[in-house]
Every structure is written in C-alpha cells, then in structure tokens.
Design a protein around this ligand. Structure first.
Ligand code: TRP
Length: 480
C-alpha cells in the first residue's frame, strides 16, 4: 500500500458522528470527550438501584447505555418526589424501522415502567423535510406508520403522548410560544458550531434544532404539566447529543430546568464493526417486520463472523467474540447474563460454532421481534388516537413541606378550638397565581381549607381531607 493509499484508507475510516451522518470506526471514549458527556460509573449505577429499588437493565450493566448528562440530578429529583418525564423521538425517513432504532425505544419503555411517569415522543417530520428534502405529506404519513411500530414496544397509552412536530406546534400555542422564546435566546453561531452547519442549505435546517431541544422542557406540554415544573430524561443514541447541548445552553440563558440524558452506542452493521446499521442498505438490515426465515437468511449469510472460516480450526483455536457480530448483537438481545457468559465462553473455546452462535442470535432476536409484531397486529386507529391525544396525565402528589412558624401557630389555634385538621396537605398561599397553581396540583384531591385575611392578602390554609378541591372556587376565593 502506498502512503497515499494508506491516507485514503484512514480517511475512509474517519469517524463522523452527527445527528444526520455516522460513519467510520467509532471511538466512544473520544466521542465522550468531544461531546462533553460523562461516562456512567459504578457509583451512578448504585445510585440508580438505590433510588428506584430496581435492578439494572442489562444494557446498563453491559455499557450499551454508557454515558450521560446529569442523570444523577434526574435521580435526585425523582427521589424527592418531583414530577419527572421521559422524552425521545423518531425521524420518519423510511417506512420500515430496523433493530437499531429499537434500542432507545425498548430502553425507554423499561424506564417508563421503572419511573411510572409521562413519556413524550416527538415525530420529527419537519427535521426530515428540512434535511432530506422530501415531500412533507409523505413524511407525515411515514411518521404515523413509524408510530405504530413504536407503540408496539408496549408503551402505556395513558402516560404516553406521541406528536408530529408540525401538527403539534400548529395546535398548541404554548409550545410555539416557548420555541419562539428559545429562538430568541439561540444564536446562529451556536447552531452552526454545534451542528457543523456552514450557512449553506435551507433555513429549516437551522430552525429545526430548536424544536428537538425545546421538546425536552415541561413548558412544551401544558396539557400534562400545567405550571408544575418537571425534570426531563432523554434516552437516545449518542449521535443526538448535540441537540441537548443546545437545550442545556438555552436552559442556562432562560433559567430553565436542564434536560438530563442517558445515551447509548450504535448497533454495528451486520457486515462489520464500523458505522451503524442503516436502512439504506436494505439487504444487510434487520427490519422489525422481517419474518423468522428472512432474519435467519440475512444473519447466516451476512453476519461477520469472529470464527476461523475452517470449522475444524475454529474447534481447535476458538473464536474472537469482539469481532463476531452475532455475539455483539447478543449483548443487546440476550438479556440473561449467565447465558450470555456461557455463549461467550463456548465461542471463545470453539465449542460453539460460527453457525451455532448465529442460530442462537436468530432465536433470541426473533423472540423479541415476534412480541412486537404480534402487538402491532392488534393496533387500531382508536389506540393511535389515544397516543396522539393531548390528555392530562397523573403526576405525583405535591409533597408536604415543613410547617412555617405561622402555620404551627395556626395548628395550635385550631387545636384549641377543637377544629380537626391534618398537616398532610397543609399549604399557605397568598396570591391568586399561587392559588391557581395549587388548585391545579390538588384538583380532585380531598382537602378542606380555611380562608384567613392577613397583611399580605388572603391566606388559604388547607387543613384536612374532607372536601374536593375545585380550582375555580379556590382561585376565586383567593382573588376575592
Ligand atoms: N432526530 C431524531 C432522528 O432523526 C428523532 C428525534 C426527535 C429524537 N426528537 C428526539 C431522538 C429526541 C432522540 C430524542 O431519528
């Protein structure tokens, strides 16, 4: 090889990771430094277990979800009983989703069960219109098709809101107002430097990043959170990180709660280690709707093996799991740690052959895919409507705070008068805005209060659990 050829080869292998482009040999440690995220360490994993009382997901143990931004802050908020929510998304550029797309969604589904919290899913039809120059209506249709596959991962319709970005911002003025504020706080220079855009292309390309970022703030979802602050966690593949650098920058300027992120590696292509699986090479891509036979055929013929081509040599010398794509995929799709270890040992020693490890992969992967395919068949228009509806969702009850001196005095006074009260929901409020916030938080809960006049205005003390809070009545009383 001449030195020029060597340089070309290096060039070919050059790592490129942007939200729109991934190629070359990916060095994740380098990416972490380049992007400025933090590696997930044992202390953080321990904290997760302690706060949630749950075991780790295999993908957390295996370094697949390997880096984060402020995941500890999110865990603290959750531990404190603050409202939290999850946010992820999908760019509808093709009809069929593949197993690479599945990873963040399956992980998000698991997180939704762990935190039992609202989830929002942005379908970024406008992103794809800007970058792929495709007809918007076609993309919008694709988005709905994709949503069906996403729903098939098993999300809870009562706690999940899926939206087409275009439809939602036209329908929800608060979302559009919020993104407008964010645009005023975002410089063109910043967008160019974070996303490596150089002033060429269309305006929509420069506009889009604000939407993907703005969707990570509770202010974007008045039907879910009203005025109640909530912490956001975004599970995603590391190529989406630039959006959240932008979001966090805006959060500093606008004094907002910074979104938190947990980020994963890419599933490698079937044929090798570099880059990521991509729909553009259909024959080497494992689609969610592939049948077991198609899956087997693709894996048997294309999956790069870490075994010697001569089966006898493999038996004697053993294989290399780091090079074996079937094993690399099993790290994603064989959830049982013990079984995975046995497979690794067998393949390394040569007792499991190249064909056998591929067949193990077919079985493990198809088990997961079949569940999704079976669920997909039951999805009807009504269910899709439920996911797209702007509906309220349950949030944790507001927490009791320590009583102030005045409140303690009030309770003593009430005791003297033999008026029954509990401190469970005691809250002192003085302004109409506070009253409206409180009324929203407590709507439907059973409380009883008394209205007192003080120097600053009216104070409504909620003292026990015998009447239902009616927001209108409460704010009227205070406003009076
Ligand atoms: N940009 C993502 C894609 O092209 C889609 C997306 C929109 C997203 N919002 C998101 C991904 C939030 C992760 C988190 O597929």
């Amino acid at each position: 090889m001449t030195s020029e050829q060597k340089d070309n080869k290096k060039e070919e292998n050059k790592m490129i990771v942007t939200p729109w482009d991934t190629s070359g040999k990916i060095d994740y440690n380098k990416l972490v430094i380049q992007f400025g995220t933090t590696l997930i360490d044992d202390a953080l994993l321990e904290k997760f277990k302690k706060v949630t009382g749950k075991d780790l997901h295999p993908w957390m143990k295996r370094g697949i979800f390997f880096t984060h931004r402020s995941f500890d802050v999110f865990l603290d908020a959750y531990a404190n009983g603050e409202p939290v929510f999850l946010y992820t998304g999908r760019g509808p550029s093709t009809d069929a989703m593949h197993i690479g797309h599945l990873i963040p969604f399956l992980f998000t589904k698991w997180l939704q069960d762990v935190f039992d919290c609202p989830l929002v899913i942005q379908i970024s039809d406008e992103e794809k219109a800007a970058f792929k120059q495709l007809d918007f209506n076609v993309l919008h249709e694709m988005g709905i098709k994709n949503a069906k596959e996403i729903i098939s991962c098993g999300f809870n319709p009562k706690k999940t809101f899926i939206f087409s970005n275009r439809d939602y911002r036209l329908r929800c003025p608060q979302y559009e107002n919020f993104t407008s504020d964010m645009k005023n706080n975002t410089s063109m220079k910043l967008i160019q430097s974070i996303f490596g855009l150089q002033g060429t292309g269309n305006i929509a390309m420069y506009d889009w990043p604000v939407y993907q970022s703005a969707a990570a703030f509770y202010q974007a979802y008045p039907h879910i959170f009203g005025n109640r602050p909530a912490y956001c966690l975004v599970p995603h593949a590391i190529d989406q990180d630039p959006y959240f650098r932008l979001a966090r920058d805006a959060a500093s300027k606008m004094n907002l709660i910074k979104p938190c992120n947990i980020e994963c590696t890419f599933i490698p292509p079937l044929t090798g280690q570099d880059g990521k699986m991509s729909s553009s090479k259909a024959e080497a891509t494992l689609f969610l709707d592939d049948t077991e036979e198609i899956l087997r055929k693709k894996i048997m013929t294309l999956c790069l093996s870490g075994a010697d081509p001569d089966p006898e040599v493999h038996k004697k010398k053993g294989g290399n799991v780091d090079m074996d794509i079937a094993y690399q995929y099993l790290k994603y799709f064989e959830y049982d740690d013990k079984r995975l270890e046995e497979i690794k040992e067998g393949f390394t020693k040569g007792t499991i052959s190249a064909v056998e490890i591929k067949e193990i992969l077919v079985q493990s992967l198809y088990k997961i895919m079949k569940q999704i395919q079976d669920y997909r068949k039951t999805i009807d228009d009504k269910l899709i409507e439920d996911f797209y509806a702007q509906k309220p969702m349950d949030l944790p009850k507001p927490k009791m705070k320590e009583p102030t001196k005045e409140e303690t005095k009030l309770y003593e006074y009430l005791d003297q008068l033999k008026i029954q009260h509990t401190t469970k929901y005691h809250v002192a409020i003085i302004t109409k805005d506070q009253a409206e916030d409180l009324a929203r938080m407590l709507e439907g809960t059973i409380c009883k209060g008394i209205l007192l006049k003080s120097k600053e205005g009216y104070i409504y003390y909620i003292i026990n659990e015998q009447t239902t809070v009616n927001p209108k009545v409460l704010s009227k009383k205070i406003g009076a």
